[in-house]
Design a protein. Structure first.
Length: 89
C-alpha cells in the first residue's frame, strides 16, 4: 500500500510541476513585446544622437558630419548599456 501512495504523490507532484511550467511559459505576444522593448532601448538613443549631431553640424559652416558620427557612436554605447541593464534585471 505504501508504494501505491508514494506513486500517487509522485504523480501529483509531477502534475503540479507541469502546470506551473505551462503557466510560467512565455507567450508569443510576451516575447514579441520583450524583443520590441530591447530594440527601442537600443535604437532610440542612437537616433536621438543622430538628430542632435545633425543639428550641431548644421550650425557649423561647410560640410561636416563630425558631430553626427560622434553622437551616433555615443548613442550606440548608451543603447548597449540600456539593453544590458534591462536584461540584467
Amino acid at each position: 500500500m505504501g508504494s501505491q501512495n508514494d506513486l500517487g504523490n509522485q504523480a501529483e507532484r509531477q502534475a503540479q510541476r507541469m502546470k506551473k511550467a505551462e503557466h510560467e511559459r512565455s507567450t508569443l505576444l510576451g516575447q514579441t513585446v520583450y524583443i520590441g522593448t530591447l530594440g527601442l532601448l537600443f535604437v532610440l538613443p542612437m537616433v536621438g544622437g543622430a538628430y542632435f549631431g545633425r543639428w550641431l553640424d548644421s550650425l557649423v559652416a561647410g560640410y561636416s558630419v563630425r558631430w553626427t558620427m560622434s553622437f551616433i557612436f555615443i548613442g550606440v554605447m548608451i543603447g548597449a548599456i540600456n539593453v544590458y541593464l534591462f536584461i540584467k534585471d
